[in-house]
Design a protein around this ligand. Structure first.
Ligand SMILES: Cc1ncc(COP(=O)(O)O)c(C=O)c1O
Length: 406
């Protein structure tokens, strides 16, 4: 059994009369997988991109909420400005400056997660049929935003150093895109990062061909090797052409739904206008509690602990893959949450998944991460939520399924 019906592909759903046709919007298999595996405690789910819940500072965050209610009282429960809590905007600006960006509180809009920043940017930067260039594969829910905006999405291939600059140059010269969307550091789903040289080349291309760079960066602080990299938007040529999206989801807690965008004043003003129509503002009390928490907790220490925990788990997955799936292609991520596998051998990972779930292991089939022409032999594994021994067992189960299939 398995109960997983696979990723919905374009046009596979019917359109209801009186409703907008959303049949072409990619549907995430991840929610379905999460629901399924939540009801099957025997399944080791390497599918979800969830942070480890034992790392959430439940007590510290709880105290921050109590403090805000005690000191701000009713104001913590009142409507508040669309642009966001001033202290939080300053903190997010500081985090953006740490990536080499010239940010200040005034260039930051607080959003309900980085996801809302992507939605807002799709609405303020894109007209129907505008071209958006993405890496193949890329983050599924960003593809959804661009599809909903009616954009024409053009994928460009990538390798272990990130998006291929020669192909990108050809594509931008030919297609004149409005936007390039990238997760340049420890990407979802591949775990790969764009090299510094390529970051500089991308900034130069944006300047030469006049497109926006949307840099989505939820993972850069989850680094297990090497030094920090400057944002693409900090390189020469990107000034005034790039928007940086940050998030507290992976370093603090995703349930807070707090993120931000930093960018040129006209983009921040337009995004604030649209956000006002969308939700007026991000939760007043959540922002105030997060601001208090970030000012008073030792967040660097916590990120350090997270790095140590995830590094052990990444190492366990890497060792298990070497031992149990020799000859398979996979990424060795230096950070983030994901390992990306390419099985080749004509395997279709969407077809394989029900058998894997029967065998007690889940993954995300790779096809959902492609705008077009998916490599159906790919899959994404996450190493963040299990102890090393269970990761080892999960890969052993996967290996059993693949050996039967292969
Ligand atoms: C690349 C990427 N961007 C954005 C998001 C959404 O982040 P948030 O929780 O801040 O909305 C995710 C979540 O997994 C992601 O992987």
């Amino acid at each position: 059994m398995g109960g997983y019906s696979g990723a919905s592909r374009s046009g596979s759903r019917s359109v209801s009369p009186g409703m907008r046709d959303l049949a072409h919007i990619a549907q995430s298999p991840i929610r379905q997988l999460l629901a399924l595996t939540a009801s099957r405690s025997d399944v080791i789910s390497l599918a979800g991109g969830l942070p480890a819940p034992e790392a959430f500072d439940v007590r510290g965050i709880g105290e921050a909420f109590a403090h805000v209610l005690a000191t701000d009282g009713a104001a913590a429960l009142q409507y508040s400005p669309t642009e966001g809590n001033e202290v939080l905007r300053s903190i997010f600006a500081e985090r953006s400056r740490a990536r080499g960006l010239a940010a200040s509180a005034g260039t930051v809009l607080v959003t309900s997660g980085a996801q809302q920043a992507l939605t807002l940017l799709s609405m303020v930067l894109l007209e129907p049929r505008d071209v958006v260039v993405v890496e193949a594969p890329t983050y599924l829910a960003a593809l959804q935003c661009f599809q909903i905006a009616g954009a024409h999405i053009i994928p460009v291939s990538s390798d272990s150093d990130g998006i291929d600059i020669e192909s990108l140059t050809e594509v931008v010269a030919r297609e004149r895109p409005k936007m390039l969307y990238l997760v340049p550091t420890f990407a979802n789903p591949t775990g790969r990062s764009v090299s510094d040289a390529r970051r500089a080349a991308i900034a130069e291309l944006a300047d030469r061909f006049g497109f926006w760079i949307v840099e989505d960066d939820p993972y850069s602080e989850l680094r297990y090797a090497g030094g920090p990299q400057a944002a693409v938007g900090s390189h020469e040529g990107a000034d005034g052409r790039s928007i940086y999206c940050g998030s507290l989801s992976k370093v603090c807690a995703p349930g807070l739904r707090l993120g931000w965008m930093h960018g040129p004043a006209k983009v921040i003003a337009a995004a604030s206008l649209v956000k006002q129509a969308m939700d007026l503002h991000t939760s007043t009390i959540d922002q105030a509690a997060a601001a208090h928490y970030l000012q008073h907790a030792d967040v660097d220490q916590q990120i350090g602990n997270l790095r140590s925990m995830y590094q052990l788990r990444r190492d366990a997955m890497s060792a298990a893959l070497h031992r149990l799936l020799p000859g398979t292609e996979w990424t060795e991520p230096r950070g983030g949450m994901f390992v990306w596998l390419r099985l080749g051998w004509g395997v279709n990972t969407t077809d394989l998944l029900p058998r894997a779930i029967d065998a007690g292991v889940a993954f995300v089939p790779g096809e959902s991460f492609y705008a077009t022409c998916p490599d159906t032999s790919t899959l994404r594994l996450s190493f963040t939520t299990y102890h090393p021994d269970l990761i080892d067992e999960g890969i052993a189960r996967l290996s059993g399924v693949l050996n039967v299939a292969g």
